[in-house]
Design a protein around this ligand. Structure first.
Ligand SMILES: Cc1cc2nc3c(=O)[nH]c(=O)nc-3n(C[C@H](O)[C@H](O)[C@H](O)COP(=O)(O)OP(=O)(O)OC[C@H]3O[C@@H](n4cnc5c(N)ncnc54)[C@H](O)[C@@H]3O)c2cc1C
Length: 356
């Protein structure tokens, strides 16, 4: 395994922003990982003279990350692959996927074998290893409902730990790995349980409508996977065409009492009841606001462009790099959006994307 220096990360993040890693390594298998753990710089504790150089981050598909500057430590690109069925029961299977697998390849592995569970999570960019980080979710499903455990290595000691579902402390676009243990563990594998018998979830309105309009009968998980893939392709900008990281902010979660007050004030706001909480789409909030500069008064953020960055013209939740934009510019735009939403609605937008 070669350790490179001053490595260009532009092509390794879906925003396509330019940034360099002081050190860079690509891991292809467990022995590369072990070699990395043996590397003396890798073990050096924070607080030493070379603290910045000793920082390390793991990178998957770079689809949920914003490089705001060059990274002074080591970026480790994860390419450790492998998917296997580790338990085959009458009604269920347990599948173990190594973390460098492309997420959608795992979905295809399942749907081709008629294993139910992952189909609603089709076509989410990125790797398996990053999926537990923010408990990926889409079309009415979150990873946490399928996940049995996560295998991870403590990056300071190299020791392996198995986190069961409860220990992952999953929340909405959140987990222990994005919070308390951020950058402390390398997720090496994800173990999920899938169903051999139909577990159809078409409760998500857009999916339901698509299936009805196109007269699609669900015979297998592939029917849902194909539908979700088509919907996503039509709805979301392709990072190959325009730099973006999908939803930049999380939707806002209110308690029932907060939601009643909010909806009295803004009766046209969309809202989704989820157990004891109510979700207000961040995209709607952003659309209702705009730049605070007097000359742009009345302008909505949706479709707004400043320099080479902006807000997507069909999805206000998606910030974009039109080409040549910097991470710092995107961060500043995000900051202005947060300020404007706070000023108008008193609500705090929280970025979903990881800032580096
Ligand atoms: C067009 C588009 C649509 C999207 N749609 C959705 C969606 O519907 N639902 C959703 O939840 N997300 C969505 N996302 C966000 C993104 O796809 C997911 O968050 C995905 O899981 C990120 O995977 P990645 O490998 O690209 O992570 P990266 O961007 O490479 O990394 C994200 C974070 O995880 C850390 N990390 C990565 N791999 C590991 C590892 N093995 N161990 C420890 N830490 C690690 C990184 O250091 C970083 O902090 C979308 C993104 C795009 C561009």
């Amino acid at each position: 395994m070669e350790i490179k220096q001053n490595y260009d990360l532009t092509k390794l993040n879906t925003f396509g922003v330019s940034a360099k890693a002081k050190f860079f390594a690509q891991i292809e298998n467990e022995s590369d990982l072990q070699e990395l753990f043996k590397h003396k710089e890798f073990f050096a504790q924070s607080g030493s003279a070379n603290r910045k150089q000793n920082q390390k981050i793991f990178l998957g598909g770079g689809s949920n990350i914003l490089f705001t500057k060059d990274f002074e430590g080591m970026v480790i690109l994860n390419k450790i692959k492998g998917i296997e069925v580790i338990e085959d029961n009458t009604d269920t299977v347990v599948v173990k996927a190594k973390s460098g697998e492309i997420w959608h390849d795992l979905v295809l592995f399942a749907v081709e074998r008629k294993y139910w569970g992952l189909e609603n999570l089709s076509f989410i960019p990125g790797t398996v290893g990053a999926a537990p980080m923010q408990n990926i979710g889409a079309y009415g499903i979150e990873l946490k409902t399928l996940l049995q455990s996560v295998e991870a290595y403590d990056i300071d000691t190299g020791t392996k730990k198995i986190f069961n579902r409860e220990e992952c402390e999953f929340g909405y676009r959140d987990s222990i790995f994005k919070n308390r243990l951020k950058d402390k563990y390398f997720i090496s594998a994800v173990i999920i349980q899938l169903s051999k018998t139909p577990k159809i979830n078409t409760s998500y309105k857009i999916l339901q409508e698509y299936l009805e309009q196109n007269k699609i009968t669900v015979n297998g998980p592939k029917d849902i996977s194909d539908a979700v893939t088509i919907i996503r392709k039509n709805k979301l900008p392709d990072p190959k065409e325009i730099g973006n990281a999908g939803s930049f902010f999380k939707n806002v979660i209110l308690t029932s009492e907060e939601a009643i007050k909010f909806l009295e004030q803004y009766p046209t706001a969309p809202s989704f009841q989820e157990n004891l909480t109510v979700k207000i789409p961040a995209g709607w909030l952003i659309e209702q606001c705009g730049p605070t500069s007097p000359s742009l008064s009345g302008t909505s953020w949706k479709g707004y462009k400043i320099g080479n960055v902006g807000v997507h013209d069909r999805q206000a939740l998606v910030l974009v790099n039109h080409g040549g934009g910097t991470g710092e510019e995107i961060k500043e735009l995000a900051k202005q959006i947060i300020i404007s939403v706070k000023a108008k609605f008193g609500l705090e937008l929280i970025p979903e994307v990881n800032f580096i």
